[in-house]
Design a protein. Structure first.
Ligand SMILES: [Ca+2]
Length: 244
């Protein structure tokens, strides 16, 4: 009985050894195949001068030459065991046959090669009109202030007056106001003074109420042309007026 058990154990041990040897042999074969593929084949086929005594590897640079052959750049990295390699650091190109398929296919377009998306044409309208109502006068039935648009600081803007959404008339702000020139690109001709009249602003003459005054300046572009819209001048609704 004991002899049988011992024999079985010896058989199992022999089998294990056999599989271990097969496994190690496979590893060695794969390693040799990898080595041959990486170095020996390239050494003999690509650069025999370097390949006999030096290791080299691709740098990652590739290109197609004038013959449409696909070329790969290599760099010499060091000596093989027991050899002298005097080419360390040297780079060289190795190319496939002319008209390589890789060079005949169009290259994929990279994002950076695409033309930039066309920007919308500039409108020249980068600033809103600005300005103030400086005051009103019931006895003169008038309003005064200033307005300008830095897109076209020379341009005199049209200013529209209203009270609680009732239109009261308009004026071009073109009077000299040296005190606001620094706010208007150095140009002083942006003041306004406007006397309301009964035709346009009859409500102000009713004598019943004090009416708040709003002023809005016309928006212009860099050419001084209307660019759409108006902008409230500061102090709108702050001053009231009663012309009755
Ligand atoms: Ca503007």
């Amino acid at each position: 009985m004991n002899d049988k058990l011992a024999k079985k154990k010896i058989e199992e041990h022999t089998n294990l050894k056999f599989f271990l040897i097969i496994f190690l042999s496979l590893l060695v074969i794969l390693g040799v195949a990898w080595y041959v593929n990486r170095y020996s084949e390239r050494s003999s086929a690509i650069a025999p001068n370097y390949g006999r005594s030096c290791y080299f590897r691709p740098t990652g640079n590739t290109e197609c030459n004038a013959n449409k052959a696909f070329c790969t750049e290599y760099i010499v990295t060091g000596p093989k065991p027991g050899r002298n390699c005097s080419y360390i650091g040297l780079k060289f190109w190795s190319c496939s046959n002319p008209n390589d398929e890789k060079c005949l296919l169009p290259k994929p377009t990279k994002d950076k090669d695409k033309p930039p998306t066309a920007a919308p044409p500039p409108t020249g309208d980068n600033y809103a009109p600005k300005g103030y109502i400086d005051g009103t006068s019931g006895s003169n039935c008038s309003v005064s202030g200033w307005a300008c648009d830095l897109d076209s600081p020379k341009t005199a803007l049209k200013v529209y007056f209203s009270s609680e959404r009732r239109s009261l008339g308009s004026v071009v702000a073109n009077q000299s106001r040296p005190d606001v020139a620094s706010d208007c690109g150095g140009y002083p001709g942006h003041g306004y003074y406007y006397q309301f009249n009964r035709t346009e602003a009859g409500i102000l003459f009713s004598g019943e109420d004090d009416w708040p005054i709003d002023a809005d300046a016309q928006n212009v572009n860099s050419k001084g042309r209307p660019a759409g819209g108006t902008n409230d001048l500061k102090n709108s609704s702050k001053f009231t007026i009663n012309c009755g």
